[in-house]
Design a protein around this ligand. Structure first.
Ligand SMILES: Cc1cc2nc3c(=O)[nH]c(=O)nc-3n(C[C@H](O)[C@H](O)[C@H](O)COP(=O)(O)OP(=O)(O)OC[C@H]3O[C@@H](n4cnc5c(N)ncnc54)[C@H](O)[C@@H]3O)c2cc1C
Ligand code: SF4
Length: 300
């Protein structure tokens, strides 16, 4: 426990332990290693529990940040995750990839005269702690409504909607075109920044709550919207993202070695081309690469 005589503002921001540069240069594993309970409580103790928490104003989903941090200060991690779940169903993801420096942490009062409270790291800590000790608590579900909703797309948008609806008591089925759920979280964001296992674990939590997931289901091809309604769905949420590449219609763009950004990312991340030939999908590693961005040509 933190010595109360130590002024909160005097406690330095707890640094997130990371893989050593020489080690991480040779692997694709997550760079930050994560905090332990002791350093998380110490970091949480830096929060001065503002009466008007500016951090919450900076959070797009309005998580009760001082509320969950207070629970960490008291060592009540199950209560902390329940508090976060009230507003955010993907804390392990958001704790890793939200731009906190521009949102909650960018607004933190402690940050006006020093380093802001590490809100993102604390959110990540709570989510990881809960994942390792799954069983501890579950989000509260309302009574069943008898309504059935189809969610098309399993990116963060679809997963969040599915979670909100299942907690409101509706029956939810998520239809995903790819063979794995997660959208850009798995095909766009690299493993060293957001491990796929984290995303799949959040999806598993959603399934435990009762959401059904159907992969390899391209809505509009394997099943139409009309067919979904005819199948008894009362509502359909389209969370299909913006994954279709826009080509420039220039000569040579179909040649081998020319990729759209999405194809390159999907090969590299979802299909694990960086582990070829252990995984089947190859990707071309060029020493000279041209990146075409709309009207600009950038040489890298
Ligand atoms: C390389 C990259 C890095 C990023 N890094 C960050 C970051 O660090 N932090 C951050 O906050 N944001 C980041 N973003 C942005 C963020 O990932 C997107 O804003 C977010 O994923 C959008 O979520 P979504 O659910 O709307 O769409 P998507 O994530 O695109 O998910 C849509 C899903 O719908 C599925 N789908 C599409 N059509 C159909 C269909 N007909 N039937 C069934 N399923 C279908 C797709 O397969 C996909 O799984 C990044 C984006 C990219 C590309
Ligand atoms: S603004 Fe900073 S110090 Fe104030 S409640 Fe939020 S996290 Fe705590």
């Amino acid at each position: 426990m933190v010595n109360k005589k130590v002024k909160k503002v005097k406690i330095a921001r707890q640094l997130m332990p990371e893989q050593e540069p020489a080690v991480r240069a040779k692997n694709f594993e997550e760079v930050p290693i994560g905090q332990n309970l002791e350093t998380a409580i110490l970091e949480a103790s830096r929060c001065i529990q503002c009466k008007k928490p500016a951090c919450v104003e900076g959070c797009p989903v309005g998580v009760d940040i001082p509320g969950f941090i207070k629970f960490i200060q008291e060592g009540k991690i199950s209560d902390a995750i329940s508090k976060i779940w009230e507003k955010n169903s993907l804390p392990a993801v958001c704790g890793r990839v939200c731009p906190q420096e521009m949102q909650c942490e960018g607004n933190c009062i402690v940050g006006k005269k020093g380093e802001p409270v590490a809100i993102g790291n604390l959110e990540r800590f709570v989510a990881d702690y809960e994942r390792k000790n799954r069983s501890a608590v579950k989000p509260q579900k309302a009574a069943l409504t008898g309504k059935k909703v189809a969610v098309v797309g399993s990116g963060p948008s679809g997963l969040t909607v599915a979670s909100d609806l299942i907690l409101k008591g509706h029956e939810v089925t998520i239809f995903e075109a790819f063979h794995k759920p997660g959208g850009v979280l798995v095909y766009g964001i690299p493993e060293f920044r957001l491990p796929k296992e984290i995303v799949f674990s959040e999806v598993a939590g959603l399934e435990e709550l009762g959401a059904k997931l159907e992969c390899n289901a391209v809505i509009g091809r394997s099943m139409t919207i009309e067919e979904l309604f005819a199948d008894g769905y009362d509502a359909i949420y389209l969370g299909v993202g913006a994954g279709l590449p826009t080509f420039l219609n220039i000569p040579g763009e179909n040649l081998t070695g020319v990729f759209s950004a999405n194809e390159y990312l999907t090969r590299s991340n979802l299909m694990k081309a960086y582990l070829f030939p252990e995984y089947d999908t190859p990707v071309i590693k060029g020493k000279n690469v041209i990146t075409l961005v709309a009207e600009k040509v950038v040489l890298v």
